[in-house]
Write a protein that binds this ligand. Structure first.
Ligand SMILES: CC(C)(COP(=O)(O)OP(=O)(O)OC[C@H]1O[C@@H](n2cnc3c(N)ncnc32)[C@H](O)[C@@H]1OP(=O)(O)O)[C@@H](O)C(=O)NCCC(=O)NCCS
Length: 167
């Protein structure tokens, strides 16, 4: 069973290590990031009034990944790139390399969009992946997302998917 808790300041060192891991370079954190930059970027997201809500995922007491959700209305540039003005978007990564490729990605995403996101945002949920990020796309499909449209995100050919919420 995967559990979620809000990101805290005590997570910043771990987060910095995760973001600088080699497996994060291709799609999520394309350039190295310093601890000062992590603090600068994520400190403000600790406030419940910030439009982006960050969560840490745990399994068996071990922290292994991070997810965030945010209302598209607060990010008009991204909203315009993906052609959706309303709704919520989710990003995710597995920080601990030993958890990669063992079904944790798709499991944490499904649990997050079913159990955490609706308690913060009621709107339709989207996720966007670079077309080249085939593992992320497969994982999101397995988590219950459906292909929605092709988009260009920051110059990269990408696939927007929407969550097919069970009735
Ligand atoms: C994307 C990510 C969250 C997926 O999590 P994961 O635990 O590695 O992936 P899963 O084990 O859940 O597998 C997801 C799918 O990819 C497939 N897959 C996993 N590793 C694979 C590999 N090395 N080669 C081919 N397919 C692979 C799985 O079989 C599964 O497909 P299926 O459901 O059709 O069987 C994780 O790899 C990650 O954090 N990547 C770096 C950050 C990133 O790219 N984030 C997404 C951008 S928002």
């Amino acid at each position: 069973m995967i559990e979620f808790r809000s990101l805290t300041e005590a997570d910043f060192l771990m987060l910095c290590e995760w973001l600088n891991s080699p497996h994060m370079r291709a799609h999520y954190q394309k350039t190295p990031i310093t601890i000062e930059e992590v603090q600068g970027k994520y400190s403000e997201r600790l406030s419940p009034s910030h439009p982006t809500h960050c969560h840490i995922a745990r399994y068996n007491g071990e922290t292994f990944g991070m997810l965030q959700c945010y209302s598209l209305r607060n990010y008009p540039d991204f909203a315009s790139e993906i052609g959706e003005q309303d709704g919520v978007a989710v990003d995710l990564f597995i920080g601990e390399e030993r958890f990669i490729g063992k079904d944790f990605g798709k499991a944490m995403l499904r649990s997050y969009v079913l159990n955490v996101v609706p308690s913060i945002f009621p709107q339709e949920c989207f996720i966007c992946h670079a077309k080249e990020n085939k593992i992320a796309i497969r994982g999101s499909l397995s988590a219950g997302f459906l292909p929605y449209r092709d988009v260009i995100e920051r110059g990269v050919e990408s696939l927007l998917l929407s969550f097919d919420r069970p009735i």
